[in-house]
Write a protein that binds this ligand. Structure first.
Ligand SMILES: O=C(O)CCC(=O)C(=O)O
Ligand SMILES: [Fe+2]
Length: 209
């Protein structure tokens, strides 16, 4: 990995994220890393579980709010996607070094929205648990086409919104506390790798939803 070149790229993405509260990056992963992630995703599809909402005791399954199935990842266990964890470690380094954030870790899951699945407008920070700082999504839909649905709708501060197509290799980063967003109804299986860069305390996500 050419670290210096990657740091430069990260700095420009971070710049855009600070100005707009979000940044969209196409072809975020190199081809080999994307394939590792996608292959691992497909190998785990049988183990996905219905996702919940909220934190701690409020972690209830409410399919009228979100209809995705998730599989929580673990850096130590899931070495099949080691190059992806390396990318994340570099992101953490840049955020902490240049943005004066004190990120302590991250939590990631695979998600599948089956046909009919969606996620209503929400913020990623929970009321009683506010350590999610940067939301981080990578889409894994190799043949996504208009009409397949499942676009990410991002709301701007003036309460307008725009749609982001969940195209393979596209990455979306946004500030977890200020960017309301929704997933429109998907008409096909919609695959993603979704996570959050965290301030302390970390690694509670798999218990919390
Ligand atoms: O997959 C997406 O585009 C967004 C998912 C999301 O909002 C979430 O999991 O909190
Ligand atoms: Fe979200």
């Amino acid at each position: 990995m050419n670290t210096e070149k990657n740091t430069e790229k990260w700095l420009s993405w971070v710049d855009e994220l600070s100005c707009n509260d979000y940044v969209i990056i196409d072809d975020f992963l190199d081809t080999d890393t994307y394939l590792d992630v996608k292959t691992f995703f497909l190998s785990k599809l049988d183990y996905f579980a219905q996702a919940g909402i909220g934190a701690l005791d409020k972690n209830m399954i409410q399919t009228e709010i979100r209809g995705d199935h998730t599989f929580w990842l673990n850096k130590e266990r899931d070495t099949e996607i080691a190059p992806f964890w390396d990318v994340l470690d570099q992101a953490m380094y840049v955020f902490n070094r240049y943005c004066f954030l004190s990120l302590a870790g991250y939590e990631f899951h695979f998600a599948n929205y089956p046909p009919g699945g969606y996620y209503k407008k929400h913020l990623d920070q929970f009321k009683n648990r506010n350590n999610r700082t940067i939301s981080f999504i990578i889409y894994l839909n190799d043949n996504w086409q208009k009409g397949d649905g499942g676009e990410l709708e991002i709301y701007t501060p003036d309460n307008k919104s725009f749609l982001v197509e969940p195209l393979a290799g596209r990455c979306v980063l946004f500030k977890s506390d200020v960017v309301p967003h929704a997933v429109l109804k998907s008409y096909k299986n919609r695959y993603s790798l979704t996570g959050w860069l965290l301030q302390k305390p970390q690694k509670l996500g798999q218990f919390l939803g």
